[in-house]
Design a protein around this ligand. Structure first.
Ligand code: BGC
Length: 812
């Protein structure tokens, strides 16, 4: 291993426990020393380090739970059980793979995604559980990935009969029992949650997962994460809106997503948003609130009152007064995490927010507003464990920002609770904020450097069109998703290189978000690079029939020849796990690590972070995303972006803008969303990330929003992003390969001319058809999406500016 790999492993091993959440604890853990241990469950040996799809990172190796325990000196007494489970899994996998292969052969290209993200439900089996030792650990795993949503079935969202039986057996028969959840999202734990005394959400914390787990088990480290999304039973989520419909999905629940719903409707989740225990105990005082202009801050002293070291997270929620607009019971306004506190030690935490950040969107006036009334501040350690500590009294109505009616019309009025839970607040200290003194947020106009504009103006139409399409080889325009890179093996794509002689470098893009996704091994010969080991992509290739493999250029694996190189990247915790740390500094460190690897492997743009909202727990890509809460999503995305962009020549791509909250029919699915929910839930994280970290690029999403593809909506691309938020970076499409077109669906796929016309600057991964489409939209009358030369020049200028900024610093 090289030095950088060792350093990254050391760093990740230390960070991972912060992302783990102790859901239940009866004090039996941590253990004092390694000894005999009975290890069971699907994730014990087949540990999942991260999810599947373009978010999967191809590492040299990673440490499973079984290996981690052995590395730490445990004697695993259940090797036979683990072998027998393996055999059961292989058997089930064979059946599952052949089903998928048949379906792909039957349905063609559009079914390829099945191979990436389809979840094989856990099989049922009977294997005797006779491991020695007084301690048992059961590791339950689940995986999901892009292209498919999870299902409410045993072995996926629900537990199988086998899992329930085995977990309850262990709880009864071992003196100490820990249920470990090696999952990327919610699992319905109700059949066991009451009985089991110790539950650790290990999550999917990257390449050191097994060693980090052993550290936590032995108290050499400790879990200090909190849930960033509510864990509940499927039927208890707000089902007034639907999920997973292939063509039209109605977000009728409006702003009542996640804890905003559970708290307002007073519904008890299994584990609430923000929940997480510790090996030790903490207490904090009620906190001292202050208002300074629009800035509200609460300072509280947190003390470790237990016997072991730990870190605590304090969460500040606000109950916004309902008036013209209905309001959820509370919204998260700020959070903070202590440093490590030794027993008896304390730390002062100050949580601050600008009152304008909790303004609501009033569709009638197209403004964000703060209504007159009492804003109750609640401080606590989960959404269900808060105490009202003060009131901010706003003495009048205030307009925070004049915006626009953008995003279209969903065709319904948002749901709101009939009898909402009323926030109570008596005898609390009051801070007064004068509405008349609240400054309105003004729009900032983005600018493009004049040299870039001049160069764009000097280019031919043909050249401009090349710039607005990802670099492609003329033959074979069906670049495969996640694998269209030509200069860096396993990169997802790149910008054109046809202007190299005019001083415009081309930019290389590689996926994330759980690290940098590249091929593991490649060779170089007289024709350029060829891939030898593309990692997880090879596994997908096994599912494809021969003609499809050929069409995608994956047919014949080359023999090793020429010079051979390796690209060993590190897998960091998945997005959801990072959010569970509630630690923006930790996210920034992970971004810094990714930035270093981007420099090493000459990647300019990281196609991450991904910050779509956990609208429902079944979205197949939730593990890549952070949270059901836009503040957490935005703060984490901003922090990881700062980490990456510390490195000159490296940028992030925040994705998928926007309302890409399901995978079912993801390229043609129409999200119907009200303007208020759009602004307050689905766009807010993007806005925070842009304002706080200025990411180099934004990726539009596959789906439609209120009847039009997001990349084809000028109001999303220009009005909101550029005019309202002042964003001056580049917007790229998601990997829209017309080869995946599915004529049988209600909506067509997004097209290059429609997207460029709306202000989506570049079509990725790019192909001949995109180039042709753009040129013909400039030329032909009657084209549905006519494009002017000025429009193309503007996008080209943005791309040139970015290429100069990032591409000027080639290294590695
Ligand atoms: C995914 C993106 C990813 C792109 C390139 C698409 O299928 O939706 O998140 O960045 O492929 O691999």
């Amino acid at each position: 291993m090289e030095q950088y790999e060792l350093e990254h492993i050391e760093l990740l091993r230390k960070l991972a426990p912060e992302c783990m959440v102790l859901l239940k604890s009866d004090g039996s853990f941590p253990m004092e020393a390694p000894g005999k241990i009975a290890l069971y469950g699907s994730g014990a040996r087949r540990t999942i380090k991260g999810g599947a799809g373009s978010g999967d990172v191809n590492v040299r190796a990673f440490v499973t739970v079984e290996q981690g325990l052995e590395n730490a000196g445990f004697a695993i007494t259940t090797k036979e059980w683990l072998d027998a489970y393996d055999a059961e899994w292989q058997k089930a996998r064979k059946v599952f793979t052949s089903e998928i292969r048949d379906r792909i052969a039957r349905e063609g290209m559009s079914a390829i995604m099945l191979g990436i993200g389809a979840v094989m439900p856990e099989p049922e089996y009977e294997i005797p559980m006779e491991g020695e030792g007084e301690t048992a650990v059961y590791v339950l795993s689940r995986v999901s990935g892009e292209g498919s949503d999870r299902r409410v079935l045993p072995g996926d969202f629900e537990l199988t009969q086998t899992e329930i039986r085995d977990i309850l057996h262990l709880q009864k028969h071992y003196a100490k029992f820990l249920l470990v959840l090696n999952v990327g999202g919610v699992v319905d734990l109700t059949p066991v949650a009451e009985q089991v005394g110790n539950i650790l959400l290990l999550s999917q914390t990257g390449m050191t997962i097994g060693d980090s787990f052993a550290d936590v088990l032995l108290g050499r480290s400790y879990p200090s994460g909190k849930l960033a999304s509510t864990w509940a039973v499927w039927n208890d989520y707000n089902h007034v809106g639907d999920f997973g419909e292939p063509d039209d999905t109605y977000y009728k629940e409006g702003i009542y997503v996640g804890y905003r719903y559970f708290d307002s409707a007073d519904k008890k989740p299994v584990f609430p948003f923000g929940h997480g225990m510790s090996y030790t105990d903490f207490q904090w005082n009620t906190g001292n609130a202050e208002a300074n202009g629009t800035e509200i801050s609460v300072t509280a002293e947190v003390k470790n009152t237990g016997k072991l070291p730990g870190k605590e997270v304090l969460q500040l929620y606000v109950s916004v007064p309902a008036g013209k607009l209905d309001q959820p019971y509370q919204v998260l306004a700020a959070f903070g995490k202590t440093e490590e506190l030794q027993p008896g030690e304390s730390e002062k935490l100050t949580l601050s927010f600008d009152i304008r950040s909790i303004a609501s969107f009033d569709t009638e006036t197209a403004c964000t507003i703060l209504e007159q009334g009492d804003y109750i501040l609640r401080l606590g350690s989960s959404s269900r464990n808060t105490e009202a500590i003060g009131i901010v009294r706003l003495d009048g109505n205030a307009v925070v920002q004049k915006l626009s009616n953008s995003g279209g019309n969903p065709g319904f009025v948002d749901w709101k609770p009939e009898a909402p839970r009323i926030p109570a607040a008596a005898n609390l200290p009051v801070l007064t904020v004068h509405a008349a003194e609240i400054p309105q947020i003004q729009q900032v106009q983005p600018s493009i450097a004049s040299e870039a504009t001049e160069l764009a103006k000097s280019l031919t139409d043909e050249e401009l069109a090349y710039l607005c399409v990802g670099g492609f080889k003329d033959e074979g325009s069906n670049s495969f998703i996640g694998n269209a890179g030509m200069q860096v093996a396993g990169a997802a794509g790149e910008t054109t290189s046809i202007l190299l002689n005019r001083g415009v470098p081309n930019l290389i893009m590689a996926d994330g978000p759980a690290g940098l996704r590249l091929a593991r091994e490649y060779g170089v010969d007289e024709n350029g690079i060829y891939t030898l080991d593309s990692g997880s992509l090879d596994a997908i290739a096994e599912l494809l029939p021969a003609p499809m493999l050929a069409a995608l250029g994956l047919a014949n694996k080359p023999e090793r020849h020429g010079e051979v190189f390796f690209q060993h990247c590190s897998a960091i915790p998945i997005g959801t796990a990072l959010a569970q740390s509630w630690n923006t500094a930790l996210c920034e460190e992970c971004g810094d690590l990714v930035g270093r690897e981007m420099e090493r492997f000459r990647v300019h743009l990281w196609l991450a972070p991904a910050l779509n909202i956990h609208r429902f727990p079944l979205c197949g890509r939730n593990f890549e995303y952070y949270s059901e809460d836009p503040l957490i999503s935005g703060k984490m995305a901003a922090a990881i972006t700062r980490g990456v962009q510390k490195h000159p020549g490296r940028g992030t791509t925040i994705k998928h803008y926007c309302c890409n909250n399901q995978e079912t029919n993801r390229m043609y699915s129409n999200s119907h969303v009200s303007q208020r929910a759009l602004r307050e839930i689905y766009l807010k994280g993007f806005e925070i990330a842009i304002r706080e970290s200025d990411p180099a690029t934004v990726m539009s999403s596959y789906n439609l929003l209120n009847g039009e593809h997001t990349s084809q909506r000028e109001d999303l691309m220009e009005t909101i992003l550029r005019q309202e938020w002042g964003y001056d970076g580049v917007v790229m499409s998601d990997w829209v390969t017309p080869g995946f077109g599915n004529a049988t669906r209600k909506y067509a796929y997004a097209c290059a001319h429609g997207s460029i016309r709306a202000g989506n600057d570049i079509m990725m991964p790019g192909g001949k058809l995109d180039h042709t489409n753009i040129l013909s939209a400039m030329a032909a009358e009657g084209n549905p999406y006519p494009i002017t030369r000025q429009r193309l020049e503007k996008s080209a200028a943005r791309i040139i500016e970015l290429a100069w900024k990032l591409g000027g610093t080639q290294d590695g």
